[in-house]
Design a protein around this ligand. Structure first.
Ligand SMILES: Nc1nc2c(ncn2[C@@H]2O[C@H](COP(=O)(O)OP(=O)(O)OP(=O)(O)O)[C@@H](O)[C@H]2O)c(=O)[nH]1
Ligand SMILES: [Mg+2]
Ligand SMILES: [Zn+2]
Length: 338
């Protein structure tokens, strides 16, 4: 067989041509990259805020499998004009100050990052339709504590039911409790609780988390004049919403700061949190445990030597919190979530 001469076309079809390309260890430094923040994620596409301009972007290959979530600070190259049909490239994710995580259930190894770089977690709970679930609130408190975020309890639909019980249960924990209603005469803006909420959010970055139908998007629409978030109807039969919002989005607040609306969650798994940290989200219980419980106490029961029952005796709020922590621990041990 005659020896063939290789020409350029051979080089092009050679399967491992990537491997034969001279490798450079020096990655482009992207000194010219612009700084942006992720404001929405839609499959592989990202919406970024780049100095006030809305820019669409994709991940550059060099980012690898590194995930990007709302709130991530990134470096972006390419066309950052924000003009229609332009697409920039995210080349770097800056270090996160914090991240809110959850897992599907308490034994699920896959943690989902909901949002990064936020100051506050607003736990949104309706006072009715759907019914409040203190266990869910407790889970969110643990997640906020674990993520290093301040927790805010926002009780919506105050026109439907009293907030007294939940207020009494959570204010002693140092959690700011705000009750709102958008159904008063004059709407949300005439509601003192809503005005208070606005003040608590001003200048900070906050993420709203809660069951579907609790009124997260309704709040966002009242807070951000141009948001135009779709709001759902609560099903008469189940009292649950129909998951109106399907993806998260971050809006700038007129008073400064940011608000992130998220789709309703069905559960809030804490598989990623060290169970020893559960108790730390409840400062009064943590203090009592440190003072009273035997060393290495698992706080399981009075029979096992735990002193928390004695501490909580005759004080219903304390008792409820101890009970809640025990349920979280038991749920974690059994691998269930709600
Ligand atoms: N009575 C009453 N209804 C409210 C209030 N706030 C919201 N709603 C109603 O609750 C329903 C659900 O509101 P949404 O804002 O869509 O709830 P969401 O939390 O965003 O739900 P998902 O997007 O599915 O997670 C709507 O029908 C709202 O009108 C309130 O203060 N009082
Ligand atoms: Mg919504
Ligand atoms: Zn104990």
């Amino acid at each position: 067989m005659a020896r063939r001469e290789y020409d350029e076309s051979d080089a092009r079809i050679r399967p491992n041509r990537r491997g034969s390309r001279p490798r450079t260890k020096i990655r482009p430094s992207h000194d010219d990259a612009a700084a942006g923040t992720i404001t929405a994620v839609d499959r592989g596409r990202f919406t970024l805020d780049v100095a006030g301009t809305q820019v669409m972007a994709v991940k550059a290959r060099e980012l690898g499998r590194r995930g990007l979530v709302i709130g991530d600070k990134v470096a972006v190259v390419g066309d950052t004009s924000g003009r229609p049909d332009t697409l920039a490239r995210v080349v770097r994710r800056e270090e996160r100050t914090n991240a809110l995580r959850r897992t599907a259930d308490d034994t699920d190894a896959t943690e989902r990052v909901i949002v990064a770089n936020v100051d506050q977690l607003a736990i949104v709970t309706a006072l009715a339709d759907p019914e409040p679930n203190p266990r869910m609130i407790d889970r969110c408190l643990v997640a906020a504590f674990d993520a290093g975020m301040t927790a805010l309890l926002v009780l919506t639909k105050a026109d439907l039911a009293s907030a007294d019980q939940l207020r009494a249960a959570y204010e002693p924990l140092g959690v700011t409790v705000i009750e709102t209603s958008v159904k008063r005469d004059g709407g949300a803006q005439a509601d003192p609780g809503f005005v208070r909420l606005r003040e608590e959010l001003a200048g900070l970055s906050t993420v709203l988390v809660g069951y579907s139908g609790v009124g997260k998007s309704t709040l966002v629409n009242a807070l951000v004049p141009d948001a135009g978030r779709a709001v759902g109807v609560v099903n008469d039969v189940t009292g649950r919403g129909r998951h109106t919002s399907t993806s998260a989005i971050r809006y700038p607040l007129p008073e400064g700061g940011w608000i992130v609306d998220t789709p309703g969650v069905r559960s809030f798994g804490l598989a990623h949190v060290d169970p020893a940290h559960f108790i730390l989200a409840f400062p009064d219980v943590a203090d009592a445990a440190a003072d009273l419980c035997p060393r290495g106490c698992t706080h399981e029961s009075a029979q096992s030597g735990c002193e928390l029952d004695a501490w909580a005796a005759d004080v219903p709020d304390r008792h409820a919190r101890v009970d809640s922590i025990r349920r979280l621990l038991a749920s974690r041990a059994a691998g269930e979530t709600y």
